[in-house]
Each structure stands twice: as structure tokens, then as C-alpha cells.
Design a protein around this ligand. Sequence first.
Ligand code: IVH
Length: 705
Amino acid sequence: MVNHIKTELEKLRKEINYHNERYYVLSAPEISDYEYDQLINRLKELESQHPELITPDSPSQRVGGRPVTSFDSYQFKRQMLSLDNTYSEDDLREWDRRCQKLAINRSYSFVAELKIDGLSISAMYEDSLLIRGVTRGDGEVGDVVTENIRTIRSIPLRLPEKPKFPLSSKNIQIVENDSLPLFASIENLEDDESLWPKAVQEIEVRGEVFMSNTSFRKINQEQEEKGLARYANPRNLASGTMKLLDSQVVATRKLDFFSYDLYFDGEKPFETHWQALEWLRAAGFNVNEHSQICENIDEVIKFCREWDEKRNHLDYETDGVVIKINQIALQEDFGSTTKFPRWAVAFKYPPRQAETKVNAITIQVGRTGALTPVAELTPVLLAGTTVSRASLHNEDEIIRLGLKIGDWVMVEKSGEIIPKVVKVLVDKRLENGADLEDFSMPKNCPVCGGLVVRPVGEAVSRCTNESCNAKLKEALLHFSSRDAMQIDELGEKIVEQLVDKKLVSDLAGLYYLKLSDLLSLERVGKKSAQNLLDQIEQSKKRELSELITGLGIRHVGERKARVLANHFGSLNKLILASREELTDIFEIGNTVATAIFNWFSLESNREIINKLHQAGVNFEQATSSTVAKIFAGKQFVLTGKLITFTREEAQKLIEERGGRVNSSVSKKTDYVVAGSDAGSKLEKAQTLGITILDESLFREMLDLK
Ligand code: IVH
């Protein structure tokens, strides 16, 4: 019996680890979040029945352990150095000249890596198991934060038995070194198990813990919905999170990790830094994909110039480029000063800040009725875009900044799409002769005139009118967003008109729109109107958790929605749940339970639910399908005549695999499946450079050869 459970546990852990890597390291998930949760739930269920079978590397151990009261200290065997900064191309050339002197005629290359704006940590492994995670601290002594590190899914809990080497690393040459008996020169690593360092006692991996901009924005949005203060930037939130004593909270924050340094028993094991990066990748760590070998300083400078712009499009913050001498023998020769290595340097980008004037402060009303003050700025160029507005978040923030209308301010872009005001340039008041005006929160909603209140203890002021148009517009955009019902065609402009023309008066109203309604809108042609209707129709089949997310209940984001969908299995059961029943669910606290209960108690909301039901929107949790979601998030268009399936069959096959079928080709289309006699859609796909699949390729993708 126990043997049989053991086997199932092993299989589950393997499967979960595989999907973790697909998701967190390769960014190419194969299954939906829902299916992933099912695997985790099964694992937890089995482990709670058989606690003796819990292993330290089980994925269940990533959810956080018991809170601690303080962190132990750890003295590094090999100091965690910081980097000297350079700010100009001349500085970089000067550093290269110093390297040339130190290299005494030996040639070298560089590795240029993005400088990730997070906090550095060290992860230590013994017998392949993660045994310790330590923050950099002062470089000599750091805090032991193992439980926190364990929650980061891009840090393996166990190193694989046999590394999966990419083809490009075939030519890695391992240092022949007496202190590392296992590392003879190895030509083909792919099948060579001896490369796995069984004789090494401790493997140490260093790198940067960071938070993606997407996670950062989500957390700030949640803070805002809870009426709490926002976090300043992803780096502060990541480093604050790493210092939390309760790793269960850390687990909810979705930290990520890029590795860039490797030691076997305190020594660098390879001839080049690049090889260490390849080893790390093969061992299952996340290594930044933009790292590059540069043959000379000109190539380094080119890399730095290119990334000054390109970094604006990444989903994490970078504050520069780190340049390292690739040859380890030279690194060891160059050595370090007390603080910095001589073989590496940071090239820092100037902060993405700009000075401009606040001409007015306007108010935006959100989906929950929150009133957000927005600074209207004299347009200024910042991080590659012209900025003319900045969020001021709430009244307290304006007081904290000491901001008045007419002030000059410093705006900054960091993690947010909309930049924020970081400080008032008080000196400029004097320079420009002050003509300033105080800001005060309006007593009435600027959109509907409803009463505005600021609940005691909250930072946010809200419009109290349930049928405020601004709330409805935001609610519709949220309902149709990617995390919810995925009605991409429902843009801001259309929502504006639908609400203003009273064509939609609540969320469910979308399902009662007719073609003629849409055609009456400005700048909506027949094609896009039909597309929108098709998408609305398809959204009826979304998963229950996506529908719950879409309802926009306060405190219920994507994650909580999944918990609720998994627990109740149908919307009708959730509607009937009492407050107690809700608080009994793990992960649903009092505040959330009350918000859910209150939402479903409102007559107007019940009416929305009825209308959604009558329209045929799915209220049930799908039983987990066995088909892998290989097309998750992908958009298809079918055109021409298919021979081996009908259109409907093809559509079903795509949708079962998580994809979506649209009626017309646009920039967002991922694949066009073209049968015989395909016409204009095929042509359009060709001009847009979209991948075109003929029927046999499509069958291959479906694994139906
Ligand atoms: S190498 C001895 N590589 O920048 C070399 N550091 O300002 C030590 N950082 O403390 C660091 N990205 O926290 C290195 N690709 C990268 C990095 C990186 C970010 C951080 C790290 C370091 C700080 C120095």
C-alpha cells in the first residue's frame, strides 16, 4: 500500500517539477493553472495522509513553512563581492585598458549580462539538495533565508541526477585540476554522467532575486483594493519580501531568480564564465537569455547602447549591464580590491527619471469606485516614451510629497506602466515664482456626482454610487481582460460608447448586444463588430475561475478565484455559501469572505448572475481534461476547406488545447490554418508574417499524424 503511494508521490513530484520548469524557467507552460493546482492539491492530500513520506525537495515544500522569529547569520566562505560602477563609455574603455595591463599579453573576451535590479543571494546545495539560502548582507555575513528561497520556483530544490546539456555546450572544456578529481577534460557532456559532481561536497549558486513588473503591478493593485499603501518599486518589494519572517507570505509574492555565479566547494569549476552559465542552465536554473559573449570592448559598448532602449520592453527592471572577463584563470589572476573584483564592472544606466511640471491634478474613477488623483504633466521624454500623466495614487501620497498644482516634479518609471512622481523640486518654486494651488479630494464623484467617502483606516476615497458609469466602464474592461473572460476586441473606446449610449448597463449586458448595436458605434466596422460578437460568444465557455475573476469582487483576484472555483465547483454553490463556509476555506480570510458574501447579497449583482446564466455563460468547473494545453493563449484563424475535419471539429480540437479561434486575421493571430481554396485571409496572414499551417502540419501539431 505505502509502496503504491510512494510511487504515486514520486510521479506527482516529477510531473510538478517538470511543469515548474516549463513555467518558470522556459516560460512555456503546457498545462493550465487549474490543472497545475490539481496536481499540487493531490500531492498535498497524499502528503497530509502520509507525512512520513514528505521529502525536503517535494514541491509542496515551496509553499512556505512556519514563521521564524529571526534569521540566523551565515559567514560566507568566499566573500560576496559587489561591483564597481562606471557611467560612461570612456569609463568602460579605461577599465578595459586596466584589464589589458593586468592580462600581460594574454587575450581575453567578455561576457556582458544585464544588471538585474534585485538583491543578490547565495543558494547552497549538498548531496544535490538545497540546504541553505543566504542574502548578501555586508558581503561577509548574510541572513539565512532558506525557507524564503525555497518558495522561488526557478531555484531547484534538488539538482538533477544528470544535467541536460544543450547542444552548444558540447565543446565545454572542464578544467583539469587536482582539487577537482572528477573533472577531467570532457568532450561530449551530453551523455557523460561523470560530469555530475558527485565528489563535490557543496555547490553554491549565486544570483539575483527579483520580482517581475507584472507581479509587482498585481500586488500593488491588490494593495490598492485593500485600501493599503502601494510599494515603491519591484526591487524594494523583492528585498522587503526576502526579509519577511513568514515564508508563507513570501510564497504568495512570486519572486523570481536569475543565476550568474557558480562554485564547487568554493572554486569556480570551469575555464570560462560562459561555461558556468551553460552548466547552470543545464542544471535547471534560470539564466538570463540576453547574456552575450563580446570579443572586445567595442562589442561591449554596442551591447550597452542597445540595451539602454531594449530594457524598456522587459518585464523586469535592469539598472545597467555587468561586464565580466570570461576567462576564469584571468579572473583569479586579476583578483579583487577589498570591495570589488578587478575582472568585472557594472555599467550603470542613468535612472529613468525626468523633470517636468504638474499643470493640473485630475481624478480617475476605477472599477471599485476608487478615486485616483492623476498629475497632468507638461509632456516629457522618459524611458523611450512621451509621458504626460503620472499616477499620484491617493490623497496621502500627495500630502507625503508636499505636492501643489503648478509644482515642478521628478517623475520616474520603475515597474509601473504609468510613471510616478518621486519628488517635488522645491527649489524650482522659488526660481519660477510660485503660482501654486492646493489639491483637495472632491466630495462628489467627478463622473456621476455620487457621494465620495474615505473609510476610516483606508488610504483610498471611493464613489459610493453603485451604478456609477466610471465603475461600470472599468468593470467591463476587467471582465473582458486576459485573466478573466478574454474578450480582446472590447477596447476602451468601445466600452466608453457602450456605456455612454446605454447599450450596456451591467456586465451581463454584453451577452445581449446585437450586431446593429455595435454597428451604431463610431469607428466600428462590420468585420470588427462580428469579431467582437464572436469573442463574446466564445467567452461563454471560459473556465469558472475566469468568470469569478471577471466579476471583479473586491479582494478576489485570479488566485483566489481559482481557490473558490476548485472548492465549490460551480457558481451556484458559491452564491449560496455562508460567510462561515467561506472563511473555512484555506487561503480565504475574513475580509475576503465578507467581500464575497456582500457581493452576492446585493440584489443588483444577483440580477447580473441570472442574466449571465440565461445567456448561457458557463457556471461549472470543468473536469480536468487529459489533453495538454499546448495552445494556451494562442489565437487561430481557420480558412479554406479542410479535408479531414469539419471547421467545428478543428475549432473544438484547438479550444480543448487552450487555444482560441477567431474569424478574422489580425496582428494578434498566432496561427492561420489554411485548407484548400484559402483566399484573402491567407493573403493577409502572409503579409503580416503570421505562421501558416497546412492541414498536415496542423495534424502534426495536434499529434494526429
Ligand atoms: S556579478 C563579483 N552579475 O549588482 C561579481 N551582479 O552592483 C558579483 N547584479 O551585488 C556580482 N545583476 O546584486 C552580477 N548579472 C549580474 C548582476 C549582478 C545584478 C547585482 C548584484 C551585485 C550588484 C552590484
